[in-house]
Design a protein around this ligand. Structure first.
Ligand SMILES: Cc1ncc(COP(=O)(O)O)c(C=O)c1O
Length: 403
């Protein structure tokens, strides 16, 4: 039953906003606290979605809101014409929590990938072969702007937007033979762009051996390695970044979502030598890393790098996996459990879109991706007790649907 208040909100949404998101789910959240959300009528929900892996440090996180409030009292923006102490501090922290290098701040995930694609072109075109092609993987997702959308290995995302920029090759994920073959035949490859967990693609995890071999081939062939950590970064997988599970160091990572804990900020972080390819005037962004965005990123990074924070991701994540694997045994509807840390996919043998609305009615926020996969991505500091309650709701729902 939709309240009068929500009905009015829906009418105005339809009247005044682009309808590119279609019908939204029937809730308008007005407040959050920890891993809880509250809607327009004051109803309380447990959040297992984090606004698409953004609210990693939880809602109303004190360190984050304090930093943002304090920064708004000082200065919001000056532009990249001037030095910016917050931006420098955020970049220093990025080197600390990932690998030593340099950072370029932008405003979103797609912009971070767009910058990475441009940097890969700059690098590739500087080689004697004047390389410009970028390998990405089928079923990947890298964003919605022209370059990142083209890097995305899903035909349905490209539909209606051609002609797409040239120079992108899509290879099957987790298939080292096709990668090896492409690199041996094609001397025009500048870079590879990869997600270590295909998030939008259904929480498909990259095989360790596949990734290690891809990196060895790239190293031997002078191919730049870019890891899209936009969904897997900032503690989501139980380590600060997904690549840290694989014993590799990429040339570049792209980060967004959890980086600002809800404030829009993205970053391209690379080894020092890669950063040199963006010489004066080759790239830029008016808002990129402004004082407020950087203050949010500093606070967010400060939270996720705490040992206790990652410990929680690991212990709650392990509990989820144990419970989901048990559900898989008990509820035939559950086909597969995939993921790492608190980045979990529960593949069902039926489409899950309808279940999302039912869960909402029961006070649980979950998401459905790749048609049949329930995606579980709670705030990373969710309490075990809250996780337990949310899981109970989800189990009840699955049993109900199973019939
Ligand atoms: C892996 C990955 N890359 C890039 C993006 C695009 O990020 P944004 O929506 O901030 O542009 C997303 C968004 O879902 C993503 O999951």
């Amino acid at each position: 039953m939709i309240s009068r208040k929500l009905k009015k909100i829906i009418e105005e949404d339809k009247k005044y906003l682009f309808q590119n998101y279609g019908d939204r789910l029937p809730a308008c959240f007005v407040r959050g606290d920890g891993a809880y959300l509250f809607d327009q009528d004051g109803k309380k929900y447990i959040d297992f979605f984090s606004g698409i892996a953004v609210s990693n440090v939880g809602y109303k996180n004190r360190a984050l809101t304090r930093a943002i409030h304090a920064q708004t009292d000082r200065i919001l923006h000056t532009s990249n014409w001037y030095y910016n102490m917050e931006q420098i501090k955020a970049a220093k922290l990025m080197s600390e929590i990932s690998f030593p290098g340099k950072t370029l701040f932008v405003n979103s995930g797609t912009e971070a990938n767009e910058a990475a694609i441009k940097l890969a072109r700059k690098y590739g075109l500087s080689t004697s072969e004047k390389r410009y092609e970028i390998i990405s993987f089928k079923n990947s997702f890298h964003g919605r702007t022209m370059g990142s959308m083209t890097a995305t290995g899903q035909g349905k995302i490209h539909e209606g937007f051609g002609p797409l920029p040239p120079g992108f090759i899509y290879l099957p994920y987790n298939d080292i033979e096709s990668f090896r073959k492409e690199v041996s035949l094609n001397k025009n490859i500048a870079a590879v762009m990869i997600e270590l967990i295909q998030g939008e693609g259904g929480i498909i995890v990259a095989d360790k051996n596949f990734v290690k071999e891809v990196f060895a081939i790239c190293r031997d062939s002078g191919i730049c390695t870019i890891i899209d950590e936009i969904q897997t970064g900032m503690g989501r997988t139980g380590k600060l970044f997904g690549y840290q599970h694989y014993g590799i160091t990429p040339d570049a990572i792209t980060v967004a979502k959890g980086l600002g804990g809800g404030f829009p900020v993205g970053a391209l972080h690379t080894k020092k030598e890669m950063a040199e390819f963006f010489t004066r005037g080759t790239h830029g962004s008016t808002f990129g890393g402004n004082h407020l965005a950087s203050a949010a990123a500093i606070a967010s990074m400060g939270e996720v790098k705490k040992t206790s924070f990652l410990k929680n991701v690991k212990s709650v994540g392990a509990f989820f996996f144990e419970q989901f694997n048990q559900m898989k045994k008990e509820i035939p509807l559950v086909k597969e459990v995939r993921g790492m840390g608190l980045h979990i996919g529960l593949e069902l043998n039926i489409p899950c879109a309808e279940l999302i609305t039912q869960a909402l009615k029961m006070g649980l926020v979950i998401n459905c991706t790749a048609e049949k996969t329930i995606r579980i991505m709670p705030p990373l500091n969710i309490r075990m007790s809250t996780a337990r309650v949310g899981l109970r709701i989800l189990k009840r729902l699955l049993i109900q649907v199973q019939g």
